[in-house]
Design a protein around this ligand. Structure first.
Ligand SMILES: Cc1cc2nc3c(=O)[nH]c(=O)nc-3n(C[C@H](O)[C@H](O)[C@H](O)COP(=O)(O)OP(=O)(O)OC[C@H]3O[C@@H](n4cnc5c(N)ncnc54)[C@H](O)[C@@H]3O)c2cc1C
Length: 506
């Protein structure tokens, strides 16, 4: 996947069957779906793939135990099916994660064991393992860091886990493999219309400041919390669809929470779910659900959110972490679909919503990462229908393999063979090597130091200080690949360091 080659294709292509705005989970899912069915597909992302919400999730491929408690069986069943398929289609980026819900009364034990047995049953053949009821001793063996006071036992159940932004890259590569034109750092700036119907999109390459106009038979708006901005670009009087809700995660060293099992607290003081999940040799703790009114691509954590997560983690474990123990804080915005009668965002629908505008713009939003494939399928089905395009192949994504893991390993080996010094580590405490920078720049469209450190490897999300310590090496290696000068290296160092400071609490 090479950006210059993609730009050349953009200039050559007379007309696209489907143009997708937004390179997060939803847009990339739609691009894989459309391209693998044989439609001429273009996807544009204004920043990097996954820079928005799709790199900031709790990293769970899940049916949503919480939605079961709300009685939303259909949503849970659909998500469990999607969970099973994703684990099969992208084994290199997903895994099975055991969870334990600690219980503090007999009533809780019965309630959660019934619920979690049902959760497993609903997964049917795609179950990831049997739900088990544990006594106190067993619970303490699986969760050695849990606070034993008042503990009665626990329920063990299984869900999926994944690397969210790496899946974005893999989906982009998969769509490209099926012929899609996929571009990061290209923004949709306007629509071209004939008789009120969208017939094309105006684009800006934000790196070169070049403007383009492409013809499109249909356009999909998959822009997450930016959905309303695109709807207004189409129709300035459009009613607001999305209510953003902020969620933060703190990442701490694994020494604060030992073992391989994750902890799930279904109901904290204010009714939220709290997770402590082992991920990439660290522990991810979160999250919050705070309604917000300003949409920022780099949202900031609120002091009370940080306090909430630290206080609850310490309450349920033997740890006594402080802000100093936090290696990284990362923040995401949920694109929840608006309901005019509800005060709390925790109650808004997590199901996805699809809207077709009079201009034939197809907007898809809401949902969750786990259901990205189904969202992509629904968006493409509707785009084809409203633009009256002839049907090509049927949707194939239920069984379509995602990514190019084997090719990647071979390419990295070949980079090292050509230059053995590239096998060196980038940081003494982490396993990443220099050849990965070269690979990501050559084949994964990493354009900035941030693209590499935040989303191709996940160091900004695991240890922001270590990520800052790597800037020099990464910037120089990337400059070499991209034929950039020392001014570029300096400006990359400055912008990444400024950004990474926001992920640090000290
Ligand atoms: C705190 C938190 C935890 C979560 N945890 C989980 C979880 O564990 N499991 C799960 O299944 N789900 C989870 N979710 C939900 C999931 O992350 C989101 O539903 C999903 O990432 C949304 O993807 P998206 O593609 O719709 O939006 P985004 O990822 O935000 O993508 C939209 C993209 O559109 C781009 N864009 C906007 N305007 C333009 C334009 N004019 N031109 C070009 N591009 C544009 C943006 O830059 C952005 O990258 C979580 C969400 C949050 C906030």
């Amino acid at each position: 996947m090479n950006r210059d080659a993609m730009l050349a294709q953009l200039k050559e292509q007379q007309i696209f069957d489907i143009v997708i705005i937004g390179g997060g989970a939803t847009g990339l899912g739609a691009a894989v779906d459309a391209a693998s069915r044989g439609y001429r597909t273009l996807l544009i992302e204004q920043y990097d793939f996954g820079k928005g919400t799709s790199s900031r999730s709790t990293k769970l491929v899940h049916g949503g135990v919480r939605y079961l408690a709300q009685g939303n069986i259909k949503l849970v069943k659909e998500a469990l099916r999607e969970r099973g398929w994703l684990l099969k289609n992208a084994p290199h980026l997903t895994s099975v994660q055991p969870f334990i819900v600690p219980v503090f009364s007999w009533w809780e034990k019965i309630y959660y064991s019934v619920g979690l047995k049902m959760y497993d049953l609903l997964a049917g053949k795609l179950s990831l393992g049997n739900t088990l009821i544990l006594n106190k001793k067993e619970t303490l063996a699986y969760l050695p860091s849990i606070n034993p006071q008042k503990l009665v036992g626990g329920i063990l159940y299984y869900d999926g886990q994944f690397n969210d932004s790496a899946l974005c890259t893999s989906l982009a590569i998969t769509a490209a493999k099926h012929g899609a034109v996929i571009l990061n750092y290209v923004k949709a700036t306007g629509f071209i219309k004939e008789k009120e119907i969208i017939t094309g999109v105006e684009l800006e390459d934000t790196l070169a400041n070049d403007q383009y106009a492409v013809k499109a038979k249909s356009v999909i708006n998959a822009t997450g919390v930016f959905t309303d901005a695109i709807l207004h670009m189409d129709q300035p009087t459009h009613e607001l669809l999305v209510t953003p809700s902020q969620g933060i995660h703190l990442v701490i060293d694994a020494s604060h929470f030992k073992g391989n099992h994750a902890m799930m607290i279904p109901k904290t003081d204010d009714g939220r779910v709290l997770f402590a999940v082992p991920w990439q040799h660290k522990i991810v703790v979160g999250t919050t659900d705070t309604p917000i009114h300003v949409i920022d691509i780099e949202p900031k954590p609120l002091a009370e959110e940080i306090e909430f997560v630290i206080e609850h983690f310490n309450r349920y474990t033997n740890a006594s972490i402080t802000r100093q123990d936090v290696k990284t804080v990362f923040v995401g915005l949920r694109p929840l679909v608006k309901s005019n009668n509800i005060g709390s965002t925790a109650l808004l629908s997590r199901d996805h919503t699809l809207v077709v505008s009079p201009s034939r713009l197809v907007t898809i939003t809401g949902g969750k990462w786990t259901t990205y494939r189904k969202m992509g399928q629904d968006a493409v089905d509707n785009a084809i229908f409203v633009s009256k395009q002839t049907h090509k192949n049927a949707c194939r994504t239920q069984t379509l393999a995602i990514g190019n893991e084997l090719e990647k390993q071979r390419a990295i080996e070949s980079i090292i063979k050509d230059c053995p010094a590239l096998a060196e580590l980038l940081h003494p405490q982490y396993p990443y090597i220099k050849a990965e920078v070269v690979y990501a720049t050559r084949y994964e469209m990493a354009i900035t130091v941030e693209d590499f450190l935040a989303r191709r490897i996940r160091l900004l999300f695991l240890d922001a200080k270590a990520a800052i310590e790597m800037i020099d090496l990464v910037a120089v290696l990337m400059a070499n690949e991209l034929h950039k000068d020392s001014n570029w290296v300096l400006s990359q160092k400055h912008s990444f360091e400024t950004l990474a400071q926001q992920y640090l609490l000290t």
